[in-house]
Design a protein around this ligand. Structure first.
Ligand SMILES: [Mg+2]
Length: 367
């Protein structure tokens, strides 16, 4: 692994992620939904899927997909409005379980967190055993299942939690890390979305081991600042600490396109989609903000951001969408090719109690 770290203690990191969180809560509370394709999300006309039950995923229905597309895939789909109060309450229960083992808990969202259990409140030597106990306690307290990944850093723990879903427990031991990543398809790398994965395939990069053959300079040239992150993670290197103090300062979403967008009409449609996702997060955490930023990246990777600050705090979707469209109308020039669009709300009214994953800042997620 990383030679610089060999003289230090190997860390024990757990990533816990609830299985189909919102959807599972709805199926728990409404027995008539159990075993059925269900989504939690916005209206059929313009909404997006916030969460899909495992039964819905069998039909190719996933989060961030327009509800309409989901309905095309399965017309009898049950569509449930989100009940964030309930999700937050359950989130509180699981976070409390995490903190009974360690204070080093870094939530990524309501249903996901990293835990550093290298030293823990019970003096337990086995992180695997802690993960199993946590899963059991979650089941007992909430009647819901979680998947856990156990490894030596955040990146590996996160990848591991996804390996055996639902109700999974997957361990990547220090000595397995390098060969594991070598065999891992790049599409499974956290931080590599569909678009980036497709680009990598074209470049002949299919697995971790292919990524490793590229120099840092090459990767930076190809993927911008993400390149150096890719360079490190394909070697199993990820020194990011589990940081319980990290406070989220903004809420934003961005979208990378498989094919560059060239018309204002298409761009506005994407803005609609992104504003809804941003507003859902704002609603989820009960947060409002004052500054709205629109980010545009062109096909040559040049990037511009434009922001507007409001006199008061806002979280209104219509307003966010309209102002984003106004900004877009000003920056748009016919003939330009746009590969990424993003909307962020910052200058928040209160410190969001939920930590920022940090990853969102350096990586552009395709969805
Ligand atoms: Mg989850």
């Amino acid at each position: 692994m990383d030679p610089a770290k060999t003289d230090q203690q190997v860390r024990k990191i757990i990533h816990i992620d609830m299985d189909a969180f919102f959807a599972s809560i709805e199926q728990r509370d409404f027995p008539e939904y159990r075993g059925k394709p269900l989504i939690v999300g916005g209206s059929a006309r313009r909404g997006v899927v916030a969460a899909a039950s495992y039964e819905a995923r069998k039909y190719g229905i996933y989060s961030a997909m327009p509800t309409l597309t989901a309905l095309h895939r399965y017309p009898d789909l049950i569509i449930v409005k989100p009940r964030f109060d309930v999700y937050k309450q359950v989130s509180g229960q699981i976070m409390q379980i995490f903190r009974s083992y360690t204070d080093l808990v870094e939530p990524l969202s309501l249903d996901e967190a990293y835990l550093d259990v290298t030293t823990n409140k019970y003096g337990m030597p086995s992180a695997t055993l802690i993960a199993r106990e946590i899963k059991d306690k979650i089941k007992e307290a909430t009647m819901l299942t979680a998947s856990a990944g156990v490894s030596v850093n955040k990146f590996l723990a996160k990848v591991a939690s996804d390996m055996d879903k639902p109700d999974g427990l997957y361990v990547i031991k220090p000595e397995q890390a390098e060969s594991f990543i070598g065999e891992l398809p790049v599409s499974k790398f956290y931080g590599v979305g569909k678009v980036t994965a497709a680009r990598m395939q074209k470049l002949g990069i299919h697995k971790g081991m292919d990524l490793k053959e590229k120099s840092k300079a090459e990767l930076i040239k190809l993927f911008g600042k993400n390149g150096s992150f890719f360079h490190d993670i394909c070697r199993g290197i990820d020194h990011r600490p589990v940081n319980p103090e990290r406070i989220r300062k903004s809420f934003g979403k961005e979208r990378t396109f498989e094919n560059d967008l060239t018309s204002l009409e298409e761009l506005n449609e994407v803005l609609r989609n992104i504003s809804e996702l941003v507003c859902r997060d704002l609603e989820k955490y009960g947060i409002r903000g004052k500054t709205l930023t629109v980010k545009v990246k062109y096909d040559d990777f040049k990037q511009i951001t434009r922001c507007r600050t409001f006199p008061g705090f806002i979280n209104n979707e219509e307003l966010i969408l309209n102002v984003s469209k106004e900004i877009m109308a000003v920056v748009f020039t016919p003939g330009s090719r746009i590969r990424l669009l993003g909307i962020t709300l910052s200058n928040l009214e209160q410190a969001a109690s939920i930590a920022d994953s940090g990853d969102n800042k350096q990586l552009s997620f395709d969805f």
